[in-house]
Design a protein around this ligand. Structure first.
Ligand SMILES: *Cc1c(COP(=O)(O)O)cnc(C)c1O
Length: 283
């Protein structure tokens, strides 16, 4: 379905795209990535994602081999050559081929396309279950390719009917494996953590929209506060604002998606539509 990937600036047939086995991503798990949607041919919030990609690389002392402008041009070319309408694009920067198997020399840059994952409508009408797990990601502000804990626990998570795991560090709940989270208190105050986490682009958009209608605090959240919240939701590029109705065996609020969550989901959706329309006009 998605025919071409970009490997170090070259468009290659997706089924044949490859790196050599000596890449530090393979040998040492050294690399970063980013992930964004293409909707109606428009790369969504691409400036934000490309900027984060560069910041993540910086945390690993890796330099993007091309400028951000050139990267965006190659993204546009990838969309065109694959005739992408609705899809996802993954950017990956690896440690590259290290002669000694350890020291990065020249990173490899990949751009992969994937079909867009569509969540079942049930998720929004019924909400989802998540689990709590004690873990703190190394380099929390970098989107690294290391998902050891999340992937290792994925089988157990699915067995328990959960769709995500929220990490706490023994003191505060920070983020999900692949999402950020928000809580809404009984007084309709919206709270989301801001330290020791990956700053999601969906989180950023949600904060901006929420601040137009509600009081929002960016601060640490304890597990007790999380469980006592009136509403909880998680955000990510693929999940949007996803209502959480159960955490482990605790029911959140009345066990149904809350009205603030649903309103913010609607505002996010409208924000996306507006972005798509404005970019189409510019194109
Ligand atoms: C990708 C990711 C998120 C979500 O970020 P978005 O930009 O909203 O998709 C949150 N936490 C982690 C650890 C992630 O990898």
């Amino acid at each position: 379905m998605i025919q071409f990937y970009n490997v170090n600036g070259e468009l290659v047939n997706a089924v044949e795209a490859s790196l050599k086995v000596t890449d530090l991503a393979t040998l040492r798990g050294y690399g970063v990535f980013d992930f964004f949607l293409v909707r109606s041919g428009v790369p969504m919030y691409v400036d934000d994602y490309v900027a984060r990609f560069e910041r993540s690389a910086g945390h690993l002392n890796l330099d993007l081999p091309i400028s951000k402008e050139a990267l965006k041009e190659q993204i546009q070319a990838l969309i065109q050559v694959n005739k992408l309408d609705d899809a996802a694009i993954q950017l990956v920067l690896t440690g590259g081929y290290a002669e000694d198997g350890y020291t990065p020399v020249q990173p490899n840059l990949l751009m992969l396309g994937r079909p867009m994952l569509i969540y079942n409508n049930d998720v929004l009408t019924k909400g989802v279950k998540v689990l709590l797990h004690q873990h703190q990601r190394e380099l929390p502000e970098a989107k690294t390719i290391n998902y050891l804990t999340g992937i290792r626990l994925a089988g157990n998570m699915k067995q328990q009917g959960a769709v995500e795991i929220l990490y706490h560090d023994g003191q505060f709940v920070r983020e999900g494996v692949r999402s950020n989270f928000f809580i809404i208190t009984k007084d309709n105050i919206i709270i989301t953590p801001k330290d020791k986490l990956l700053h999601g682009i969906t989180r950023k958009n949600t904060i901006a929209l929420a601040q137009q209608h509600f009081t929002l605090e960016e601060r640490d959240v304890t597990p007790q506060e999380l469980l006592a919240a009136k509403e909880v939701f998680i955000t990510s590029t693929t999940k949007g604002a996803m209502p959480v109705v159960q955490i482990d065996h605790h029911i959140i609020g009345d066990g149904k998606p809350g009205e603030v969550t649903l309103l913010l989901g609607k505002l996010l959706h409208e924000h996306d539509i507006h972005y798509i329309e404005s970019r189409k006009v510019m194109a």
